[in-house]
Design a protein around this ligand. Structure first.
Ligand SMILES: Cc1cc2nc3c(=O)[nH]c(=O)nc-3n(C[C@H](O)[C@H](O)[C@H](O)COP(=O)(O)OP(=O)(O)OC[C@H]3O[C@@H](n4cnc5c(N)ncnc54)[C@H](O)[C@@H]3O)c2cc1C
Length: 379
């Protein structure tokens, strides 16, 4: 019988953010035919931001989630090299390392224990990644010693990427090898026929399987499919300043904020977190707060020109961890969302694991149990 759909794909991905594009990229490399549907434009959601911090969990109380994030960060460099070679585009990736201030004797002692645990978990002799406690006054030209009266931690696993450049490279690959439709707002998927409907979507579009990677809006889609509201959005704001001369410095995490120097002569500062919000508009009060707090611990930021300010809505599962896998009760529908504050570091391994599930192959690294639907949904 002839197919009623002239435009049928193995896989449709809803959402042109870091999760959706990473999944599309991986699926295309596995030989699937893929269409990405983005209601607005690439990076219209949280992924279109400016901070780009790629930070590991602390090496204490190790668990499968920390192992997954560790493996993700370790493997990201090779992944990025491949993507940049394939597309000829730079992602602004760099292994910048990170400084954390130690503000009490207790914290100093505690981080000595973490450094010992990092020796076991990070295996510095094999991986080259170190986690060291350094004396007060160390790296004082970057993090104010006043902010770190008991010394600092300096670790070398943390990295940074330019979020929009990373997205652009993934999108370039997807455009070349698959189909990427912007201005296509997904509404429904008929699992029996594969028909996909929505605004800006031609009537002949169909797919064998669907992945929801629509950021915070995934939660509304999931509610209509399962009756359960398992997450929500959380607003955040960040900014970039002129950062000439700071390019080779490590990221700092202090007072709940990241300062991340980028290789294009800018430095990013973020982020705020607001559970209650009206929209994703920039709040000037938050902008002032970011500048004031960051310059307090990082005096070299003082007087630098603010180049742009950006706010977005992060997808956050109620149980905090990301959600990846088959939607309960819907054999052909899958989801990848809830990366919250760490999506950029883990997206490539999330994509690898989800596509392995779709194709029945073995993932490079197993997803932690807390990322699986059984952890997030009641049924
Ligand atoms: C201020 C701030 C700073 C951050 N800093 C970092 C950081 O330093 N490091 C890090 O790793 N993470 C960071 N994050 C978090 C990270 O940006 C997000 O977790 C990540 O971008 C989420 O990616 P996503 O692909 O799941 O969702 P999104 O980027 O939101 O993408 C979802 C896409 O789906 C589209 N969409 C929605 N509904 C539909 C529909 N019906 N049909 C078609 N398309 C649809 C949207 O337009 C959007 O483009 C930050 C977030 C914020 C807000």
């Amino acid at each position: 019988m002839p197919d009623a759909f002239s435009n049928r794909h193995d896989l449709a991905v809803v959402g042109g953010g870091i999760f959706g594009l990473s999944i599309a990229y991986r699926a295309l490399k596995e030989g699937l035919s893929v269409v990405v549907l983005e209601k607005d434009h690439i990076g219209a959601g949280a992924s279109g931001g400016v901070l780009g911090a790629l930070m590991p969990h602390m090496p204490a109380r190790w668990n499968p989630k920390k192992e997954f994030q560790f493996q993700s960060l370790m493997r990201l460099e090779a992944f990025i090299q491949g993507l940049e070679a394939e597309t000829g585009l730079s992602t602004g990736y760099g292994r910048c390392g990170r400084i954390l201030p130690l503000t009490t004797q207790d914290k100093f002692d505690h981080h000595l224990e973490r450094a010992a645990e990092a020796d076991e978990r990070w295996q510095p002799l094999k991986t080259g990644f170190t986690y060291q406690v350094e004396a007060q006054g160390s790296r004082a030209d970057w993090l104010s010693p006043k902010a770190a009266p008991f010394g600092i931690v300096y670790e070398t696993l943390a990295g940074r990427v330019a979020p929009r450049a990373y997205l652009a490279a993934l999108a370039a690959f997807v455009r070349e090898h698959g189909t990427l439709i912007e201005g296509a707002c997904f509404e429904a998927f008929d699992e029996a026929t594969g028909a996909i409907t929505g605004k800006g979507i031609a009537s002949a579009l169909a797919a064998g399987r669907l992945v929801l990677a629509s950021g915070p809006e995934s939660f509304d889609h999931l509610k209509s499919l399962t009756g359960e509201m398992i997450g929500r959005g959380e607003k955040g704001q960040a900014l970039i300043m002129e950062g000439a001369g700071l390019e080779d410095l490590p990221a700092i995490y202090c007072d709940g904020l990241y300062v991340v120097p980028h290789d294009d002569g800018t430095v990013a500062i973020g982020s705020t977190s607001d559970r209650d919000f009206v929209d994703s508009a920039v709040d000037p009060v938050r902008t002032e707060e970011l500048i004031r707090r960051a310059t307090a611990f990082c005096p070299r930021l003082e007087g630098r020109k603010v180049l742009s300010v950006w706010a977005g809505i992060r997808p956050r599962c109620n149980k905090r961890d990301a959600l990846v896998g088959n939607v309960p009760g819907h054999e052909r529908v899958f989801v990848a969302t809830g990366g919250f504050k760490i999506s950029y570091g883990i997206a490539h391994l999330i994509a690898d694991a989800l596509v392995a599930e779709l194709t029945g192959s073995t993932p490079a690294v197993d997803l932690p149990p807390s990322y699986r639907p059984g952890f997030h949904f009641k049924r």
